[in-house]
Write a protein that binds this ligand. Structure first.
Ligand SMILES: [Zn+2]
Length: 112
């Protein structure tokens, strides 16, 4: 692997550390779903900073993961909607405004 231009340079963040090329696996999260991303770049040996190399394949994998999470969430909502025999408009109303109203209802009688 070709060394990056950052390898061996002083860390621009903490100044005392030195950057070394390497790979790391970091866990990112998208809507509560963990995703293991492999990142490449120059990592500081003193602080946690890194100068990452843009990786088109990794970027595409991350976007595909997010699409999959979104599709899964959409199909779950759709199956719940069908089970409850709601129209799409009713389901949208529930999903959009439901959270605001539930606490007041569970706290007891409406205040009027
Ligand atoms: Zn540093």
């Amino acid at each position: 692997m070709k060394k990056s231009k950052w390898n061996g340079h002083a860390c621009p963040i903490c100044v005392v550390g030195v950057l070394h090329d390497g790979n790391k696996t970091v866990t990112q999260e998208y809507k509560g779903h963990p995703y293991q991303a492999k990142v490449r770049g120059a990592f500081c040996d003193k602080c946690d900073e890194a100068i990452l190399v843009y990786d088109a394949i990794e970027e595409a994998a991350w976007l595909a993961f997010r699409d999959q999470v979104d599709r899964q969430a959409a199909s779950e909502l759709e199956s719940i909607r069908k089970r409850l025999k709601l129209t799409q408009a009713q389901a949208a109303k529930l999903a959009g405004g439901g959270k605001m109203h539930f606490p007041a209802m569970s706290a007891g009688r409406p205040s009027r």
